[in-house]
Design a protein around this ligand. Structure first.
Ligand SMILES: C[S@@+](CC[C@H](N)C(=O)[O-])C[C@H]1O[C@@H](n2cnc3c(N)ncnc32)[C@H](O)[C@@H]1O
Length: 202
């Protein structure tokens, strides 16, 4: 029988055929903007953070969290205080479910990139996001969010993508606008073949 879950980077991830995922779907939690599954760019950041561990109890905001496995990884590995936000309220139950099965506490909230104000962002040390820059209009939304985060004193922003054009544009604009910007290429063979780039602003 096909497996209903897997463990990667110490995090348990349910497949869409798992009974708890199925019951969330039946209860009406149908993702509206691609947050219908766990996306692989989160693995790129998990791999990066494995090699560049975070301080314990750091305050993390995962934007466009979807199922929120990246934030949950940070909560598990670094005892991070994690908040996951997404424009789509229907995905938040999947992050809550994964937090529960991974035995960590996280906060979830429906909030778009554009709704996150400088004041909201002041309470976070790090912002992470994976597979969140795939439509042209997202470049500007994220560039503006990064500006507010910088103003708010957020120390690090880490965004990964399989290099779709809106993400590449975002990385180029950040390199022009800010000093401490790096873009790291990543190729993973395991747990799944995945490749892309990680934009890191610090
Ligand atoms: C491709 S999914 C990636 C989900 C998750 N980060 C992952 O790696 O599994 C993109 C997510 O971004 C969310 N999203 C799209 N536009 C957004 C916006 N303007 N503000 C906040 N979230 C947004 C979607 O609802 C979706 O959950």
């Amino acid at each position: 029988m096909a497996k209903e879950s897997r463990v990667a980077y110490g995090v348990k991830i349910l497949n869409s055929r798992h009974k708890d995922i199925q019951s969330l779907k039946r209860a009406g939690n149908i993702a509206e903007m691609h947050g219908n599954k766990f996306w692989n760019s989160s693995f790129l950041i998990m791999d990066y953070l494995k090699k560049h561990p975070l301080k314990k109890k750091v305050r993390i905001l995962e934007i466009g969290c979807g199922w929120g496995l990246l934030g949950i990884y940070c909560a598990k590995q670094f005892d991070a205080r994690v908040t996951g936000v997404d424009i789509d309220k229907n995905v938040l139950a999947y992050m809550d479910l994964h937090a529960k099965i991974n035995k960590v506490d996280v906060v979830t909230s429906q909030c778009s990139f554009e709704q996150l104000t400088t004041k909201n962002l002041q309470v976070f040390d790090i912002i992470v996001g994976a597979d969140i820059c795939y439509w042209d209009e997202m470049t500007k939304l994220l560039l503006n969010l990064i500006a507010r985060a910088k103003k708010a004193g957020v120390k690090q922003i880490i965004i990964a993508d399989p290099c779709r054009q809106p993400f590449t544009d975002l990385a180029e604009l950040c390199k022009k606008k800010y000093k401490n910007v790096s873009v790291e290429e990543k190729f993973l063979k395991r747990p799944v073949p995945a490749s892309g780039e990680i934009l890191i602003l610090s």
